[in-house]
Ligand binder design. Sequence first.
Ligand SMILES: Nc1ccn([C@@H]2O[C@H](COP(=O)(O)OP(=O)(O)OP(=O)(O)O)[C@@H](O)[C@H]2O)c(=O)n1
Ligand SMILES: [Mg+2]
Length: 396
Amino acid sequence: LPLLKRHLFTMKLQSPEFQSLFTEGLKSLTELFVKENHELRIAGGAVRDLLSGVKPQDVDFATTATPEQMKGMFQAAGIRMINNKGEKHGTVTARLDKENFEITTLRIDVVTDGRHAEVEFTTDWQRDAERRDLTINSMFLGFDGTLYDYFNGYEDLKNKKVRFVGHAKKRIQEDYLRILRYFRFYGKIVDKPGDHDPETLEAIAANARGLAGVSGERIWVELKKILLGSLPINASLEEFDKVSQNVEGFSPKPMTLLASLFKVQDDVTKLDLRLKISKEEKNLGLFLVKYRKDLTKAADSAEPLKPYQDFIIDCREPDATARVWELLKYQGQHGLLGDLQQWSVPTFPVSGHDIRKVGISSGKEIGALLQQLRDQWKKSGYQMEKDELLSYVKKT
Ligand SMILES: Nc1ccn([C@@H]2O[C@H](COP(=O)(O)OP(=O)(O)OP(=O)(O)O)[C@@H](O)[C@H]2O)c(=O)n1
Ligand SMILES: [Mg+2]
């Protein structure tokens, strides 16, 4: 393995983000590993985030202890373990002080078929770093702040370089999803579009078809992260460009941004067939593509919100409100969004039962009357109350 010249860049990280990780649970956990003579470090993405001054969303831990050793020591210490599917890959989840800690035994991937890996445990930190995708994701951090960096990840992070560990081709063929991960981290770290290493791009192009074999679920999870990261934008993607500015700072759903890339509703349907997105996401996509041009603020600006409110009330579906919020983000109507978020959907005060009570018993007639009353109610700006509406029934 000529490539694997040991490179260990050491520094001591001390930062508020790092300090904030030391909860009661983590303190007990690290003490236990010290006592049992097993090494435990923070691994992968969390180290990258900490070095960038970002508090990581989730922290993965790596250890020299085998899953069996971990289970033994947790059991002996009376620490609960959460049953999870990770065990085959060497991951044990321990629960301390109401916090879950996912701890994975150092490993070497022996067989990979582009999706699944057969693993062998090791106690060599560098061997575990070698199996990881990108140099910036291949580092470990000790609890005293020592950085263990075998592949120049910290330098790459500072110089805004996204590089595969070792040979790009090999790394990609181990897991084709890494093609998307490469672009996600590129968007996150590099400010210039197109600043790729030619060999990396070649390896990606030559292996892009491998993505066809990756499950829709994994691709969708990754695509959502790409969308909410900072994507380098191609100037020809006008709508996308506009919408990404509109939604910035308004916590959009990933689909809200993605919809800007679609021309027709069928594009959403096709995406769903490939990616198995949730029903809610699909409906949001269909809704945005259909209404982004047609449902807009009222031209007479006295009641600009009215078309949106009417839509929500007429639609009579519980998630209509949330969808219209996303539409307002998409359209960049931030004032209206604030107003709509303050507004609560009025409920139509008359029921079929009320109409029956005034002496009408035919179901068909009741249905028709309810519709007329709804129209009347709508015309009143949703102000008319039950008695008023019912007196109108008696007159007709
Ligand atoms: N296809 C993948 C997925 C993950 N990893 C390794 O596993 C770590 C954790 O994976 P994950 O949590 O999925 O990604 P993160 O890099 O932590 O990014 P995120 O911020 O999305 O959690 C990565 O940092 C990387 O070292 C990898 O080598 N290849
Ligand atoms: Mg992670």
